[in-house]
Design a protein around this ligand. Sequence first.
Ligand SMILES: CC(C)(COP(=O)(O)OP(=O)(O)OC[C@H]1O[C@@H](n2cnc3c(N)ncnc32)[C@H](O)[C@@H]1OP(=O)(O)O)[C@@H](O)C(=O)NCCC(=O)NCCS
Length: 180
Amino acid sequence: MPRPPTTFATARLFARPPRAEDAPAVFAAYASDPEVTRYLSWPAYTRVEPLAAFLRECESHREKGNGHLAWLLSLKGTDTPIGSIGLTLEGNGRAMFGYVLAKKFWGHGFTAEALTWLVDWVLTRPDIYRAWAFCDAENPASARVMEKAGLSREGVLRRWHVAPNLGPEPRDCLVYAKVK
Ligand SMILES: CC(C)(COP(=O)(O)OP(=O)(O)OC[C@H]1O[C@@H](n2cnc3c(N)ncnc32)[C@H](O)[C@@H]1OP(=O)(O)O)[C@@H](O)C(=O)NCCC(=O)NCCS
C-alpha cells in the first residue's frame, strides 16, 4: 500500500506536516482571521497556545497512522505557511479533503493546485475509489476549487454541517467528488 507522502510539491507550492512550533506563523497567516474561518468548523483563534495544541494533535494523528493527515502549504523556496490542506482516510474506499488559505493569497489558484495534486495522488492508491469534499452552500469560492481539482458536484447535503461562526444550526452544504 503506498503511504501518504510526508511532503509533496506542486508547481508553486511545498507541503509538509505541521509542527507545534508553527503555531505563531499559522496564527498570523490565517488561523486568527474571522473572515477566513467564516464557513469552517472552528472559530478564529484568539490565542496561539490552543492552536499549538491543535497542531500537536495533528502531529500525533500522523504518528498514529489513523488516517487524519494535514499539510502546511508554503510558497516554494520559503517556509512561511500560507494555508493548509488535510485529508481523512475514512475507510470504505473514501478520502475526504479540507483546506484553508490565508486571505492575502486568495485568487491565485493555489488551493486548487494543492487539492488537484492530493486528489490525483490519493486516487492512485488501489484502496481509494472516492475523493470527496463538501463546502457551505454559500461558499462558491470553495465549490470552484473543488471543480478546478476535477471533482464533480453530486448534490446538496441538507443541514449537514454546523459552522459555529454563523450560528448553532447545521447548514446546507454542496458535495463534490472524483471517483474511479
Ligand atoms: C476557499 C479558498 C480555500 C479558495 O482558495 P484560493 O486559493 O483562492 O482558490 P483558487 O484561487 O484555487 O480558486 C478560487 C476560485 O473561486 C472563484 N471565486 C472566488 N470567489 C468567488 C465567488 N464569490 N463566487 C464565485 N466564484 C468565486 C475564483 O474566481 C476562482 O475560480 P477561477 O480560477 O475559475 O477564477 C479560500 O478562499 C479560503 O481559504 N477560504 C476560507 C476557508 C474556506 O472557506 N475553506 C473551504 C472550506 S470548505
